[in-house]
Ligand binder design. Structure first.
Ligand code: C2E
Ligand code: CA
Ligand code: CA
Length: 428
């Protein structure tokens, strides 16, 4: 979910922000200037409060769902940040589950108290309306917590594993590297894909433990991978990389970049053999923090790919300012490319953009040889998808490389004839 940027509002001195009796769905954080809250009476006005920079006005309407009990206006020119219920709800959804539950309970109690006081005073009782009181939402929190506890045990018991999916040079169908994709070998539910556990791991922050595990695994796997690569130069680059998906939680950890570089150094692995994949929305959550961290990766020689490019925020401005080394075109565009002219144009535009920036593009989700051919003709350097290989355990991946050399000869035809491409894939 993308963070919703807050709107801003400028008020000239004397301008009314809201009046008493209005319903409101926003509070206002004062950035600069000052605002007064006042009661309008037949006999004049009574000022209730004055608020300045860093203070909030208008929050009560959001808390009790009742009409505003007072008016507010700027005393001096003022700049305000508009905090809508929607924006709060989005951030609320991404909050630590226990904190979220606590806030929900406190708000629910507050609203119940207001309703009781209203009833006692003979007022019209406003039913608490917030979806945050929804028992289903609470059930979701419990589920997340249970899953988090289960994941902790699973990590200790070694139930997580990395599967590798090849990333291929479209020019000659040799393997350039792999993406590491997490799987949970659940004792009861079988092999679980990330959709079953990454969302809960993201919600609770547990995902950082999974990232640490993934990076340690990658450091463990790489030497064997490099050995096999040395023996099969016709199939694979001499130093294939493994790219690892990282989350926003990882970027908040200050030691992350240095820790990764140390892990690689102590395993005597070249830094280019690991890449990190992060999405645009992760970058946009904290652009300054991300910029600082990415420059550490650049200095250490660790590549950074933007995952699912085109599917999210796509604020192109960060591309010029951040040290990005690869763009991964989202699967949805590649999938639609042959049938839908718009998708094809978007893919082409991304490839041209990357060429301007001097960085390679990986097209994700290539399932058909015709897609691979079209991408190659557009100048796309790298491809990933079921056509070349599904994510597979490490042992199967080493086998795949050994079988690739033979397959690669015909796999060069992946980008020529669809029939032979299928043959190359099944051999691979
Ligand atoms: P992603 O990073 O975009 O990974 C690519 C996903 O597309 C993978 O799904 C992969 O199996 C799938 N895929 C690859 N080629 C094709 C294709 O030709 N057709 C189709 N239909 N799908 C294809 P998977 O393994 O289920 O992973 C889903 C998502 O979970 C990943 O999307 C990534 O966002 C997340 N994820 C996976 N492993 C990790 C991890 O270790 N850490 C974190 N934080 N996230 C992870
Ligand atoms: Ca990825
Ligand atoms: Ca992706």
């Amino acid at each position: 979910m993308l963070p919703q940027n807050y709107d801003r509002k400028h008020l000239d001195a004397g301008t009314v922000l809201f009046r008493g009796g209005e319903y409101g769905d926003a509070a206002y954080l004062i950035e600069t200037g000052s605002v007064e809250v006042y009661l309008e009476r037949d006999c004049g006005e009574t000022v209730l409060a004055r608020r300045g920079p860093g203070e909030i006005v208008g929050e009560m309407a959001m808390l009790d769902g009742r009409p505003r009990s007072a008016a507010a206006r700027a005393i001096t020119d003022a700049n305000l940040i508009v905090i809508t219920e929607d924006a709060i709800a989005r951030r609320f959804d991404a909050m630590d589950p226990v904190l979220k539950m606590c806030v929900s309970v406190v708000l629910a109690r507050y609203r119940e108290t207001v309703a009781i006081l209203q009833a006692e005073a003979g007022d019209r009782v406003v039913a608490p309306s917030s979806s945050r009181r929804d028992p289903q939402a609470f059930a979701g929190v419990i589920e997340t917590l249970v899953l988090e506890r289960e994941m902790t045990g699973a990590l200790e018991r070694g139930e997580f594993e990395l599967h590798l999916q090849p990333i291929v040079q479209l020019a000659d169908a040799t393997i350039a590297g792999f993406e590491a994709l997490m799987r949970w070998r659940h004792p009861v539910r079988g092999l679980l894909a990330p959709s079953h556990f990454i969302p809960a791991a993201e919600a609770s922050g547990f995902v950082s433990y999974l990232t640490d595990f993934a990076l340690a695994e990658v450091a463990r796997i790489l030497p064997a991978l490099h050995d096999v690569a040395r023996d099969h130069p016709a199939a694979i680059a001499p130093l294939p990389f493994i790219s690892v998906n990282v989350s926003g939680h990882d970027l908040n950890r200050t030691h992350f970049a240095h820790g990764l570089a140390d892990t690689l150094r102590s395993a005597a692995l070249p830094p280019q053999s690991v890449k990190l994949e992060l999405t645009e929305s992760v970058l946009m959550e904290d652009p300054q923090g991300a910029a600082a961290l990415l420059s550490v990766f650049r200095d250490r020689g660790i590549g950074v790919a933007i995952d699912d490019f085109g599917a999210g925020y796509s604020s192109l401005s960060y591309l010029s300012s951040l040290p990005i080394t690869t763009l991964k075109v989202d699967r949805a565009f590649v999938h639609g490319m042959l049938a839908d002219d718009k998708s094809r144009k978007i893919v082409h535009m991304i490839i041209c953009l990357a060429q301007e920036l001097g960085i390679p593009v990986v097209a994700e989700g290539i399932e058909q040889a015709a897609e691979a051919r079209a991408l190659k003709e557009m100048g796309c350097a790298l491809g990933q998808g079921y056509l070349f290989g599904r994510p597979a355990p490490v042992s199967s991946t080493l086998q795949l490389i050994r079988g690739w050399a033979e397959g690669a000869r015909s796999a060069q035809a992946v980008t020529r004839t669809p029939e032979r491409a299928t043959a190359a894939r099944s051999r691979a």
